[in-house]
Design a binder for this molecule. Sequence first.
Ligand SMILES: C[S@@+](CC[C@H](N)C(=O)[O-])C[C@H]1O[C@@H](n2cnc3c(N)ncnc32)[C@H](O)[C@@H]1O
Length: 205
Amino acid sequence: MLDSKGFDLWADGYDKSVGLSDEDNTYPFAGYKAILNRIYNTVLARGSAVVCDIGFGTGVLTSRLFDRGCEIWGQDFSEKMLALARAKMPGAHLFQGDFSHGLAAELCGHTYDFIIATYSLHHLTDAEKIAFIGTLKTLLRPDGAILIGDVMFKTRADLTRCRQAAGDEWDDEEIYFVIDELKKSFPDMEFTQISHCGGIMTVKK
Ligand SMILES: C[S@@+](CC[C@H](N)C(=O)[O-])C[C@H]1O[C@@H](n2cnc3c(N)ncnc32)[C@H](O)[C@@H]1O
Protein backbone atom coordinates (compact mmCIF):
# COMPACT_ATOMS: atom_id res chain seq x y z
CA MET A 1 0.00 0.00 0.00
CA LEU A 2 1.42 3.39 -0.94
CA ASP A 3 1.89 5.75 1.99
CA SER A 4 1.91 9.55 1.67
CA LYS A 5 5.57 9.52 0.54
CA GLY A 6 4.74 6.93 -2.14
CA PHE A 7 2.04 9.23 -3.50
CA ASP A 8 4.50 12.16 -3.34
CA LEU A 9 6.76 10.22 -5.72
CA TRP A 10 3.85 9.30 -8.03
CA ALA A 11 2.45 12.85 -8.12
CA ASP A 12 4.36 14.20 -11.16
CA GLY A 13 3.70 11.22 -13.43
CA TYR A 14 0.22 10.50 -12.09
CA ASP A 15 -1.97 12.08 -14.77
CA LYS A 16 0.01 10.39 -17.56
CA SER A 17 0.08 6.89 -16.06
CA VAL A 18 -3.65 6.99 -15.34
CA GLY A 19 -4.37 8.15 -18.90
CA LEU A 20 -2.40 5.28 -20.43
CA SER A 21 -4.26 2.58 -18.51
CA ASP A 22 -7.59 4.24 -19.36
CA GLU A 23 -6.81 4.43 -23.08
CA ASP A 24 -5.84 0.74 -23.16
CA ASN A 25 -9.08 -0.09 -21.33
CA THR A 26 -7.03 -2.08 -18.85
CA TYR A 27 -7.20 -2.60 -15.09
CA PRO A 28 -6.99 -0.53 -12.94
CA PHE A 29 -7.92 2.72 -14.70
CA ALA A 30 -10.22 1.53 -17.51
CA GLY A 31 -13.09 4.03 -17.52
CA TYR A 32 -11.21 6.63 -15.45
CA LYS A 33 -12.09 9.64 -17.63
CA ALA A 34 -15.68 8.51 -18.13
CA ILE A 35 -16.08 8.12 -14.36
CA LEU A 36 -14.65 11.56 -13.63
CA ASN A 37 -16.74 13.11 -16.42
CA ARG A 38 -19.93 11.60 -15.11
CA ILE A 39 -19.24 12.88 -11.60
CA TYR A 40 -18.33 16.29 -13.06
CA ASN A 41 -21.64 16.51 -14.93
CA THR A 42 -23.67 15.34 -11.93
CA VAL A 43 -22.10 18.00 -9.71
CA LEU A 44 -22.44 20.80 -12.28
CA ALA A 45 -26.11 19.98 -12.83
CA ARG A 46 -26.61 21.35 -9.29
CA GLY A 47 -25.07 24.74 -10.20
CA SER A 48 -22.32 26.23 -8.05
CA ALA A 49 -22.16 23.37 -5.59
CA VAL A 50 -20.14 23.10 -2.41
CA VAL A 51 -17.92 20.06 -2.94
CA CYS A 52 -15.60 18.13 -0.66
CA ASP A 53 -13.05 15.85 -2.41
CA ILE A 54 -11.49 13.05 -0.38
CA GLY A 55 -8.09 12.17 -1.85
CA PHE A 56 -8.16 14.88 -4.53
CA GLY A 57 -4.68 14.00 -5.84
CA THR A 58 -3.44 16.36 -8.54
CA GLY A 59 -6.93 17.91 -8.69
CA VAL A 60 -7.84 16.47 -12.12
CA LEU A 61 -11.56 16.56 -11.29
CA THR A 62 -11.87 19.21 -8.60
CA SER A 63 -9.85 21.80 -10.50
CA ARG A 64 -12.38 21.57 -13.35
CA LEU A 65 -15.23 22.03 -10.86
CA PHE A 66 -13.33 24.91 -9.26
CA ASP A 67 -12.97 26.55 -12.69
CA ARG A 68 -16.75 26.32 -13.11
CA GLY A 69 -17.45 28.14 -9.84
CA CYS A 70 -17.85 25.32 -7.32
CA GLU A 71 -16.60 25.91 -3.78
CA ILE A 72 -13.96 23.25 -3.19
CA TRP A 73 -12.95 21.62 0.07
CA GLY A 74 -10.80 18.54 0.39
CA GLN A 75 -8.28 16.30 2.11
CA ASP A 76 -5.23 14.39 0.90
CA PHE A 77 -2.22 13.10 2.83
CA SER A 78 0.41 13.66 0.13
CA GLU A 79 2.28 16.95 0.44
CA LYS A 80 3.20 16.85 -3.24
CA MET A 81 -0.38 16.21 -4.41
CA LEU A 82 -1.51 19.02 -2.12
CA ALA A 83 1.02 21.42 -3.68
CA LEU A 84 -0.02 20.48 -7.24
CA ALA A 85 -3.72 20.82 -6.40
CA ARG A 86 -3.28 24.14 -4.55
CA ALA A 87 -1.48 25.62 -7.55
CA LYS A 88 -4.50 24.78 -9.75
CA MET A 89 -7.10 25.99 -7.22
CA PRO A 90 -6.05 29.15 -5.39
CA GLY A 91 -8.55 29.85 -2.62
CA ALA A 92 -9.81 26.27 -2.33
CA HIS A 93 -9.96 24.84 1.20
CA LEU A 94 -7.48 21.96 0.91
CA PHE A 95 -6.08 20.20 3.95
CA GLN A 96 -3.47 17.56 4.62
CA GLY A 97 -4.62 14.53 6.59
CA ASP A 98 -4.76 10.74 6.53
CA PHE A 99 -8.38 9.67 6.10
CA SER A 100 -7.66 6.26 7.64
CA HIS A 101 -7.56 8.31 10.85
CA GLY A 102 -10.79 10.10 9.94
CA LEU A 103 -11.79 13.33 8.32
CA ALA A 104 -9.55 16.40 8.78
CA ALA A 105 -10.95 18.54 11.62
CA GLU A 106 -11.19 21.56 9.30
CA LEU A 107 -13.70 19.71 7.09
CA CYS A 108 -15.97 18.57 9.91
CA GLY A 109 -17.80 21.76 10.79
CA HIS A 110 -19.28 22.22 7.30
CA THR A 111 -21.93 20.67 5.06
CA TYR A 112 -21.60 19.83 1.39
CA ASP A 113 -23.80 19.37 -1.67
CA PHE A 114 -21.45 16.64 -2.85
CA ILE A 115 -18.69 14.63 -1.25
CA ILE A 116 -16.64 12.98 -3.96
CA ALA A 117 -13.85 10.42 -3.79
CA THR A 118 -12.23 9.04 -6.92
CA TYR A 119 -9.69 6.21 -6.75
CA SER A 120 -8.83 6.94 -3.13
CA LEU A 121 -11.04 4.98 -0.72
CA HIS A 122 -9.81 1.55 -1.89
CA HIS A 123 -7.02 2.14 0.63
CA LEU A 124 -9.53 1.48 3.43
CA THR A 125 -10.74 -1.95 4.55
CA ASP A 126 -14.45 -2.59 3.98
CA ALA A 127 -15.20 -2.01 7.68
CA GLU A 128 -13.29 1.30 7.52
CA LYS A 129 -15.09 2.26 4.29
CA ILE A 130 -18.49 1.66 5.90
CA ALA A 131 -17.62 3.69 9.01
CA PHE A 132 -16.06 6.52 6.99
CA ILE A 133 -18.92 6.75 4.49
CA GLY A 134 -21.30 6.77 7.48
CA THR A 135 -19.44 9.80 8.88
CA LEU A 136 -19.46 11.54 5.48
CA LYS A 137 -23.24 11.08 5.22
CA THR A 138 -23.71 13.26 8.32
CA LEU A 139 -22.02 16.16 6.48
CA LEU A 140 -24.33 16.13 3.46
CA ARG A 141 -26.85 18.89 2.86
CA PRO A 142 -30.49 17.71 2.58
CA ASP A 143 -30.30 16.96 -1.18
CA GLY A 144 -26.63 16.04 -1.03
CA ALA A 145 -24.87 12.92 -2.27
CA ILE A 146 -21.61 11.05 -1.88
CA LEU A 147 -20.21 10.07 -5.28
CA ILE A 148 -17.47 7.45 -5.19
CA GLY A 149 -15.72 6.54 -8.44
CA ASP A 150 -13.20 3.74 -8.20
CA VAL A 151 -12.16 0.24 -9.15
CA MET A 152 -15.54 -1.31 -8.39
CA PHE A 153 -17.37 -4.55 -9.09
CA LYS A 154 -20.99 -5.58 -8.72
CA THR A 155 -20.11 -9.03 -7.41
CA ARG A 156 -17.10 -10.85 -5.93
CA ALA A 157 -17.19 -13.12 -9.03
CA ASP A 158 -16.69 -10.04 -11.27
CA LEU A 159 -13.69 -9.02 -9.14
CA THR A 160 -12.21 -12.51 -9.37
CA ARG A 161 -12.55 -12.51 -13.17
CA CYS A 162 -10.72 -9.17 -13.38
CA ARG A 163 -8.03 -10.36 -10.98
CA GLN A 164 -7.38 -13.45 -13.11
CA ALA A 165 -7.17 -11.39 -16.30
CA ALA A 166 -4.86 -8.80 -14.68
CA GLY A 167 -2.34 -11.43 -13.52
CA ASP A 168 0.80 -9.84 -12.10
CA GLU A 169 -0.64 -6.35 -12.60
CA TRP A 170 -3.21 -6.97 -9.84
CA ASP A 171 -2.54 -4.97 -6.68
CA ASP A 172 -3.24 -7.20 -3.69
CA GLU A 173 -2.86 -4.33 -1.25
CA GLU A 174 -5.85 -2.40 -2.55
CA ILE A 175 -9.30 -3.31 -1.29
CA TYR A 176 -11.77 -2.76 -4.07
CA PHE A 177 -15.48 -2.04 -3.78
CA VAL A 178 -17.83 -5.00 -4.18
CA ILE A 179 -21.27 -3.47 -4.41
CA ASP A 180 -23.35 -6.52 -3.44
CA GLU A 181 -21.36 -6.76 -0.21
CA LEU A 182 -21.51 -3.04 0.66
CA LYS A 183 -25.22 -2.82 -0.15
CA LYS A 184 -26.01 -4.44 3.20
CA SER A 185 -24.73 -1.27 4.89
CA PHE A 186 -26.11 1.16 2.30
CA PRO A 187 -29.29 -0.47 0.95
CA ASP A 188 -30.41 2.67 -0.94
CA MET A 189 -27.13 3.23 -2.75
CA GLU A 190 -27.00 3.35 -6.54
CA PHE A 191 -24.30 1.70 -8.64
CA THR A 192 -23.37 2.63 -12.20
CA GLN A 193 -20.92 0.34 -13.95
CA ILE A 194 -18.72 2.34 -16.33
CA SER A 195 -16.05 -0.16 -17.45
CA HIS A 196 -15.18 -3.79 -16.76
CA CYS A 197 -13.40 -2.70 -13.56
CA GLY A 198 -14.69 0.77 -12.78
CA GLY A 199 -17.91 2.28 -11.54
CA ILE A 200 -19.65 4.90 -9.46
CA MET A 201 -21.43 4.35 -6.16
CA THR A 202 -23.90 7.03 -5.06
CA VAL A 203 -25.03 7.33 -1.46
CA LYS A 204 -27.64 9.96 -0.64
CA LYS A 205 -28.44 11.64 2.67
C1 LIG B 1 -4.97 7.25 -7.12
S1 LIG B 1 -4.93 8.86 -6.45
C2 LIG B 1 -6.50 9.54 -6.99
C3 LIG B 1 -6.46 11.02 -7.12
C4 LIG B 1 -7.71 11.69 -7.70
N1 LIG B 1 -8.84 11.57 -6.81
C5 LIG B 1 -8.03 11.14 -9.06
O1 LIG B 1 -9.11 10.58 -9.27
O2 LIG B 1 -7.20 11.29 -9.96
C6 LIG B 1 -5.25 8.58 -4.73
C7 LIG B 1 -5.11 9.84 -3.90
O3 LIG B 1 -5.58 9.55 -2.58
C8 LIG B 1 -4.62 10.00 -1.64
N2 LIG B 1 -4.68 9.09 -0.49
C9 LIG B 1 -4.48 7.73 -0.48
N3 LIG B 1 -4.61 7.24 0.76
C10 LIG B 1 -4.90 8.31 1.55
C11 LIG B 1 -5.14 8.46 2.94
N4 LIG B 1 -5.10 7.40 3.76
N5 LIG B 1 -5.41 9.69 3.42
C12 LIG B 1 -5.45 10.77 2.60
N6 LIG B 1 -5.21 10.70 1.27
C13 LIG B 1 -4.94 9.48 0.76
C14 LIG B 1 -3.27 9.95 -2.36
O4 LIG B 1 -2.33 10.84 -1.81
C15 LIG B 1 -3.67 10.32 -3.78
O5 LIG B 1 -3.62 11.70 -3.99
